[in-house]
Design a protein around this ligand. Structure first.
Ligand SMILES: [Zn+2]
Length: 324
């Protein structure tokens, strides 16, 4: 059966329709979950904008306890589409040659059987059809409690990304992974899925205790942040766009080198936060650490990510495993 055949509607069988079993009373927003069909807690962590060579240069000791660090490639060059793709279940890829995409996808999905510790329910591409949405599949088919903790406002709970989650929280600060930890609970009879979008590695590559007046300035980019936050709070300022055009100036290469060092330094800092995370998670928790896209620091005249076609925008670190 080809990939597209999986989407075709099955022909109804002849004869009278069988009666549906009685459905339990449901409150709006409540999801009918089966008994847990998998054993492991599962956490996907995206270090936002953390490019492959920044991660390697930081030489993190704790994060890498999960397993071998691989260089992989994201399907998208900025936050929103990259997280959408990730939540279809497709992880950053290995750019394999001489392989049909459909075969690669099938294998990528099939690997969830081991990651999640499937108890008999086959996790494969066909089981994800037609929604192709991992959180919903984990809730409704595997009986997980599903949660997102996000740092970047473009992933806020009003966006389309928030589907199939029991809880979804945009953190108060864009750069404080540590503040996510007390919100993570692993109690109750069900396994838990968490998606953590971590912002320290995103521009301006700042640790949470750094005074924001010390951040490197691209007024326009800071303005974009501010504007997004204001709009979420329903208090948009109309002069922001004009100010963006007036203020925007490109960094010189010394400044860009400094920014890259700052990103590397946030990975070193996060290594300490991961130690706290690893202490927190129960046995049988499968963790993936990766990035949603890379970042440019002056290569070929680019800074940042998004509308950029450059390999450094797509190279990301990838590692997965259990710590116990
Ligand atoms: Zn991002």
């Amino acid at each position: 059966m080809g990939l597209f055949d999986a989407f075709k509607k099955k022909k109804p069988a002849g004869g009278p329709r069988p009666a549906l079993p009685p459905r339990p009373m449901m409150r709006p927003g409540m999801v009918n979950k089966p008994d847990p069909q998998a054993e492991n807690n599962f956490i996907i962590i995206t270090l936002d904008s953390c490019r492959w060579d920044s991660f390697v240069a930081a030489e993190p000791k704790v994060i890498t306890k999960l397993g071998k660090v691989e260089k992989r490639y994201t399907y998208a060059s900025w936050t929103a589409p990259s997280h959408y793709n990730l939540l279809t279940g497709l992880l950053p890829h290995t750019t394999p040659q001489n392989v049909y995409a459909s075969e690669y996808y099938k294998e990528d999905f099939y690997n969830y059987n081991e990651r999640l510790g499937s108890k008999g329910t086959d996790i494969d591409f066909a089981a994800m059809v037609p929604a192709l949405w991992l959180p919903q599949f984990m809730q409704a088919k595997l009986g997980y409690d599903t949660h997102a903790r996000v740092s970047l406002p473009v992933l806020n709970p009003k966006t389309g990304i928030n589907r199939g989650f029991d809880s979804f929280q945009l953190m108060d600060s864009h750069n404080d992974m540590r503040s996510m930890l007390p919100t993570m609970k692993f109690d109750g009879p069900r396994p838990h899925f968490y998606m953590l979008n971590v912002g320290e590695t995103h521009y301006p590559y700042a640790k949470p205790d750094e005074d924001s007046s010390m951040w490197p300035r691209i007024s326009g980019v800071n303005g974009v942040f501010k504007k997004m936050n204001d709009q979420i709070a329903d208090k948009a300022e109309s002069a922001e766009d004009d100010k963006f055009k007036e203020d925007f100036q490109f960094f010189d290469q010394d400044k860009l080198d400094e920014l890259k060092e700052r990103q590397i330094d946030t990975v070193r800092y996060l290594d300490g936060v991961f130690e706290e995370l690893y202490d927190l998670v129960p046995k049988n928790t499968h963790i993936i650490v990766t990035a949603d896209h890379g970042e440019l620091f002056g290569e070929a005249g680019y800074f940042g990510h998004g509308p950029i076609m450059h390999e450094k925008c797509f190279e990301v670190p990838y590692l997965e495993g259990k710590i116990r």
